[in-house]
Design a binder for this molecule. Structure first.
Ligand SMILES: [Fe+2]
Length: 298
């Protein structure tokens, strides 16, 4: 358990066509509009009344990963640690109030904008069938895995919970992982954003809804190795790579790390079941296409 961070709060992305993209996330992806402006749209999951997704008019890109800090003291502690690590950070831990919470911005070792907002401690709401709960993880491509691993573990307090030959998995709470970082050196870009469905059947119905809305499954349905979660990958609106996932393995301190030699599938398989084809060329293309834009620190 990470004493400072409980999980991903918000995925903040940019979109060329804010109206069209917003319509998708509301009507197909089941998120609940939380208002905004002519240039920004916020969306909640069923977990609570804060944005799990924020879409900003501009270009199709990734803007910020916002983490939930476990209260104001945790926010202060994180701010001090990031400053001590020599990474760019807002002037204070209470640098902004975005209307949903108080927090600060910073940069990770590869220049992505990483923000923290103090969560008020409200427990998660009960899940709702067929509706997205929250963003459960980000998957990032990295050019310097060792630096990112050290940052996640030593600066932010995450546990390196499993590592395969190609990915590292980082844990902060009950969910097996909240962040995945690629180990094969690449330009630091987004690999995908994973949204959580409350159960396997809801995830399957989301796959059907997506197909009917013109978004074929690009990889899946399958069950991953580390995390044991059921997955389906899509090229979302403006080709944003998004995953719908369910049954993420709940873990506690007794979970035993396994390394690259202990993970892997038989030849020809890309998941536990062996039902899905390999990832499509399209999903492979878009999983290294979106950089994080450089934003001023608030
Ligand atoms: Fe994922």
């Amino acid at each position: 358990m990470n004493p400072l961070i409980s999980g991903i709060r918000t995925a903040e992305i940019g979109a060329n066509n804010l109206a069209l993209v917003s319509r998708f996330y509301e009507t197909v992806w089941t998120l609940r509009p939380l208002g905004g402006s002519a240039t920004v749209a916020h969306f909640a999951g069923t977990i609570g009344d804060y944005p799990v997704l924020t879409v900003v008019a501009g270009s199709t890109t990734v803007r910020r990963i916002i983490w939930n800090a476990r209260g104001m003291d945790a926010l202060e502690e994180l701010h001090g640690r990031i400053r001590a690590a020599g990474l760019p950070v807002s002037a204070s831990a209470r640098a902004f109030d975005d209307g949903h919470g108080i927090g600060f911005d910073s940069r990770d070792p590869e220049g992505r904008t990483i923000s923290f907002i103090a969560h008020d401690g409200t427990p998660p709401r009960p899940t709702v069938r067929d509706k997205i709960t929250k963003v459960t993880h980000f998957n990032l491509n990295s050019g310097n895995y060792d630096a990112m691993r050290a940052y996640m573990r030593d600066t932010l307090g995450f546990r390196v919970i499993d590592e395969t030959k190609t990915n590292g998995f980082f844990n902060c709470d009950v969910d097996h992982h909240a962040l995945v970082i690629g180990r094969v050196p690449m330009r630091p870009t987004l690999n995908h954003i994973a949204f959580e469905m409350p159960d396997l059947d809801s995830n399957m119905r989301m796959c059907g809804t997506m197909r009917e809305a013109g978004y074929p499954i690009e990889w899946g349905v399958g069950r991953h190795g580390p995390g044991d979660n059921v997955f389906a990958y899509f090229a979302g609106p403006e080709e944003m790579p998004i995953e719908s996932t369910a049954e993420v393995l709940p873990v506690d301190e007794t979970y035993a790390y396994r390394g690259p030699e202990e993970w892997g599938f038989p030849p020809g398989r890309t998941d536990q079941w062996g039902v899905t084809d390999a990832p499509s060329l399209r999903i492979k293309r878009i999983q290294s296409q979106f950089p994080f834009v450089e934003l001023p620190l608030r």
